[in-house]
Design a protein around this ligand. Structure first.
Ligand code: SAH
Length: 454
């Protein structure tokens, strides 16, 4: 077997990133876009010891789960991986991803038995940060990156984005063309516009739209605001975010409000939340209520509970649980998010919640010192998972119950292993929740209880 050979394979499994897997003799083949149960022809691209990377050439026997992707950019774009299969199959893959991680990384004998489907699978994303670039002829192009590259695919729509997102893209593009505003060139560090910012409060209709720029001296910003307000109804906020760093991090630390409020508003679990441009907010508003309700149900809270909401963002989960507990104490690293968490407590007349700013792994000591010892904890870290020192401190604090909400099964499994190996905690239940239809990402919720509990 050598590079460029064509080979027939049977797909027997799927990786956590959604690639089909075939095995033959000592070789393991990865086949992007091939589904479990299919017979396919592939071209060999690269052989690395016993791992073979391939390109799908032809599906000889298609899976009954295969469907025609409803997006023309599917095979180019790095955004979605699962638009070529029905939704039931996506859910099955995602559950397998969680269970593979629990078994292989966590060495745990617990399994996630079910996954909460998303009620909506197209147009669900309430946020987009869309790269801006130039094509070889010098035309301005906006869209997501081509798979594993920084080359922008020019797009006029996206199957999973909220329908107004590309109206904002079209308007920013028109503005750039009209006033000769240059996109940022990440190789030579010249030009201005890096990304287009879009966020919608789906339950209120509020839209925040704007640009991320390399430099703050941009001409014709008034015209940009006018054009956005004219073309897209319900724009409540127009922003300019400045990012002068030479990094892949999209947003800079400073946002200037060009029009309207520095936040937009959305509703979850019957509460109203103000969301700032730099603050995290779940991207699938149709399933976020189900996610939070499951986390709260897992904790079986009562009026004596002291609840720590660790990695609290703008306070969404803790505030949704506030009426069930004695006190909510949140911690979050982004100062803007903490300001909104406090504001969100106020606007919802919640008086039993306080919030700390800083790294959870540092601030936890202060929270213990100044507040009551927690009886319940919510952990909702970013993809990297929890800092080990935070987990060790939580184990010492011995809250009765912990709910771990995770957007990466691999780090969830790694962290659950630490809890489990401490001997202090049992992993009682894990479930999936699909916050990211058509992509290989999946959210999970795990309940941990003290081993000594009956
Ligand atoms: N629970 C919130 C936010 C979850 S996202 C919600 O459901 O909306 C994870 C959050 O953790 C982000 O707001 C991020 O800014 C924050 N974060 C990341 N690292 C952190 C750290 N070391 N300490 C505290 N917060 C952190």
């Amino acid at each position: 077997m050598k590079k460029n050979d064509i080979k027939k394979l049977n797909i027997i499994s799927v990786t956590s990133e959604g690639n089909g897997v075939a095995k033959e003799e000592e070789y393991v083949f990865f086949v992007p876009y091939a589904l479990v149960g299919e017979e396919v022809n592939v071209k060999i691209l690269k052989i690395k010891k016993n791992i073979v990377y391939t390109k799908l050439i032809e599906v000889l026997k298609p899976s009954p789960n295969r469907i025609t992707p409803l997006c023309d950019n599917f095979y180019k774009c790095g955004g979605c991986t699962y638009l070529n299969m029905n939704y039931e199959n996506q859910l099955e893959y995602k559950l397998k991803k969680i269970n593979d991680a629990l078994e292989r990384i966590g060495k745990l004998d617990i399994k996630a038995n079910y996954i909460i489907p998303s009620p909506v699978i197209s147009g669900y994303r309430n946020k987009a940060l869309i790269p801006v670039s130039k094509d070889l002829s010098g035309n301005i192009i906006c869209g997501f990156f081509k798979n594993r590259t920084h080359n922008v695919i020019d797009m006029e729509e996206c199957y999973i984005q909220d329908k107004d997102a590309f109206g904002v893209v079209k308007t920013v593009k028109e503005w750039m063309n009209k006033f000769n505003i240059e996109p940022y060139d990440e190789i030579n560090h010249k030009g201005l516009i890096r990304h287009i910012y879009y966020r919608k409060g789906v339950h209120t209709g509020d839209i925040m739209a704007g640009i991320v720029s390399y430099n703050k001296s941009i001409p014709h910003l008034n015209e940009l605001t006018d054009m956005l307000l004219e073309n897209i109804s319900s724009v409540k906020s127009v922003i300019l975010n400045i990012n002068d760093k030479h990094t892949n991090v999209i947003l800079g630390e400073k946002t200037i409000t060009l029009y309207g409020t520095p936040y937009i508003t959305d509703k979850i679990c019957g509460l109203t939340f103000k969301i700032g441009s730099l603050s995290f907010f779940q991207v699938n508003p149709c399933n976020v209520g189900n996610l939070y309700n499951k986390a709260i149900e897992f904790l079986n809270l009562n009026k004596n509970d002291i609840l720590f909401d660790i990695y609290c963002g703008i306070g969404t989960i803790g505030l949704s649980a506030a009426n069930k507990v004695k006190e909510v104490i949140g911690v979050e690293i982004i100062p803007e998010a903490v300001e909104y968490a406090r504001e969100n407590a106020n606007i919802n007349n919640i008086t039993n919640a306080i919030f700390y700013t800083g790294k959870a792994e540092d601030v936890i000591y202060k929270m213990e010192e100044e507040q009551n010892t927690p009886t319940a904890i919510i952990l909702d870290p970013p993809r990297a998972g929890c800092d080990k020192s935070l987990i060790c401190e939580i184990i010492k604090l011995k809250p009765e119950k912990i709910c771990y909400v995770s957007c990466d099964p691999a780090t969830l499994a790694r962290d659950l292993k630490i809890f489990s190996e401490s001997g202090e905690y049992k992993i009682k239940e894990v479930i999936g929740c699909d916050m990211f239809p058509n992509t290989f990402h999946v959210e999970s919720v795990a309940l941990l209880t003290l081993s000594t509990a009956i």
